[in-house]
Write a protein of this length. Structure first.
Length: 556
């Protein structure tokens, strides 16, 4: 008790000494309401420093929401074994951030801080508050101001700005060009064998009478249906923040869609014929001689629509830019038109395939049977590719090997000399694939996995290295491409040693997955987010696939 009394007397004497400043003079604070933010400023005396770990900003109401980690704070320095701030500390709290937390109504911002004097006195923790209110007009004004003042810092932001500032014709032409570029990405490749198989099957139904015009028409139905699906899904994602494509990547949907391809395959093998019921066809025939042809168009349209939603759900910068634009402005018309023309651009190679398939389709005869069986195998391969998203790798290896070996045995028994050569090649390749799959033991990148926003904030806050967050899913084609191409590059691996690598697996699209994506205004994978000193480096944000050279230019 004597020691405690002596300490209290000593502290009291320090406060009474003229050598130490009163708290209001040591920490001169100002709070100013600006157009888009609330500014909190602390002017420190030259003898005073502020502890970084005790600097905290919260929204106080029914519950206290700590927003410190979501703000751009001044960079601290090291002093006497502590991380501190000197001279002046300015913190801007964006109105948009407050809006995300409370939407509308009254709010109170609380700024907590604590510091010490170089002369040896530490002040008690202090707080300052600011009372404000968000009204509907305030929110609307804030949104417009942010939209006007926003400066593009990465590829997605640049595309979003193009939608905001460009003329309609320029925007549509630009997005059509984006579509042509996206046509060269893996997300569109699986649709090529799907469409080709549909055209082959339709040709068989029509007795081999397939012209270039007919092939173009069938592929146009497919592409238009695909474009409508992309547009509808995109507009809904932009307006409501719910990615329909991601929602459809669950095992039941994938297994069901794979079963459709298996059914198409066995139809092409000649075990049965997939067509409308006879009574429906009879009614169509009464209406038109081409009724039987009409019956197949609905199936092609449905396949195109579903293919867009299930086969290629990866997010690329143009798609992300359009979705962000719709979300920020609510302009679903221009955003939807941009998505539609982009989808048409993506479908140009498919239209070319339709014309080619119609022009070079073999005449009726034995060739048609052979071509149908080849595409039947292709359909089984597409089915395996689909279920690969939800089954262990060893199952995929087994299915691929069985398909290749089965095709080889069929060709040995029924094929001509060329067929037997193809059979031998298939056996060699499948054996090599099986052996490589069993012995593959490549060095992989080491990731820290997080599942919730709280886990993410904790990892970033405690990391002494810059952080790269990889939003990934098993059904994301571009994610797998990043893993198998970009991240296997030796130079990329060396560069990534400087980072703490964090992976967010959004395969199951859970509520936690959605919360993490919403935190960064993402609509799906792949997305790479970079942090340094607890703050996102927005200029380095990557959406979609980048090869090693492009990736290194951004990351370095």
């Amino acid at each position: 008790m004597k020691k405690i009394l002596i300490i209290l007397l000593f502290v009291t004497s320090l406060f009474s000494s003229n050598d130490f400043l009163e708290p209001d003079k040591a920490f001169q604070t100002q709070i100013n309401k600006k157009a888009n933010s609330v500014e909190f400023k602390i002017i420190l005396d030259k003898t005073i420093y502020l502890y970084d770990e005790f600097l905290k900003v919260s929204i106080v109401g029914d519950k206290t929401i700590d927003i410190t980690k979501q703000l751009d704070l001044p960079k601290p320095v090291e002093y006497d074994g502590f991380i501190v701030h000197f001279n002046e500390v300015v913190i801007n709290v964006p109105i948009s951030l407050i809006q995300q937390k409370i939407t509308e109504g009254k709010y109170t911002l609380q700024f907590d801080y604590q510091g010490c004097s170089k002369k040896g006195l530490c002040y008690s923790p202090m707080s300052k508050t600011y009372a404000g209110e968000l009204t509907a007009s305030t929110v609307q004004t804030e949104t417009k101001e942010l939209a006007k003042a926003a400066t593009p810092v990465n590829e997605t932001d640049t595309i979003t700005q193009t939608l905001k500032d460009g003329s309609i014709l320029l925007v549509l032409a630009t997005f059509f060009g984006f579509g042509l570029l996206l046509a060269l990405t893996p997300c569109i490749f699986p649709m090529i064998p799907i469409l080709s198989s549909i055209i082959v099957q339709q040709s068989n139904k029509e007795g081999g009478k397939m012209s270039a015009g007919r092939g173009f028409f069938l592929s146009l139905i497919y592409v238009l249906s695909m474009s409508i699906a992309y547009t509808v899904a995109g507009v809904l994602a932009g307006v409501f923040g719910a990615n329909i494509q991601a929602m459809l990547q669950n095992p039941f949907v994938i297994v069901g869609f794979s079963a459709v391809f298996v059914a198409l395959a066995f139809s092409m093998f000649g075990y049965y014929e997939l067509s409308l019921p006879a009574s429906w066809q009879s009614k169509l025939n009464k209406t038109s001689d081409a009724g039987s042809k009409k019956g197949g168009l609905a199936g092609i349209a449905i396949m195109g629509f579903l293919s867009a939603l299930i086969v290629g759900p990866c997010v690329a910068p143009p798609l992300a830019g359009a979705l962000v634009y719709i979300g920020q402005t609510g302009d679903a018309v221009l955003g939807g038109l941009a998505l539609f023309v982009m989808s048409l651009g993506m479908g140009i190679p498919l239209l070319a395939i339709g014309i080619g398939a119609g022009k070079y389709m073999p005449k009726p005869g034995g060739w048609m049977t052979t071509v149908s069986k080849v595409f039947g195998v292709v359909m089984l391969a597409v089915a395996i590719w689909m279920v690969d998203r939800i089954v262990p790798f060893v199952v995929t290896v087994a299915l691929v090997t069985i398909l290749a070996m089965g095709s080889a045995l069929y060709l040995i028994k029924n094929g001509n000399k060329f067929g037997k050569i193809v059979a031998l090649l298939l056996m060699v390749l499948s054996t090599a694939f099986l052996m490589k799959s069993m012995t593959a033991d490549e060095e992989k990148l080491h990731y820290t996995y997080v599942k919730t926003v709280a886990e993410f904030d904790k990892v970033v806050a405690h990391s002494k290295k810059p952080v790269m967050i990889d939003f990934w899913a098993t059904w994301c084609v571009s994610c797998i491409e990043l893993d198998n191409i970009t991240f296997k590059d030796p130079v990329v691996k060396k560069e990534l040693e400087k980072y703490l690598l964090v992976k967010v697996d959004v395969t199951k699209n859970t509520d936690d997955d959605k919360a993490l994506m919403k935190k960064f205004n993402l609509f799906g994978p792949p997305a790479l987010i970079f942090y340094k000193d607890g703050v996102e480096e927005k200029s380095k944000r990557i959406i979609g696939f980048k090869n090693a050279e492009e990736f290194l230019k951004i990351v370095k």
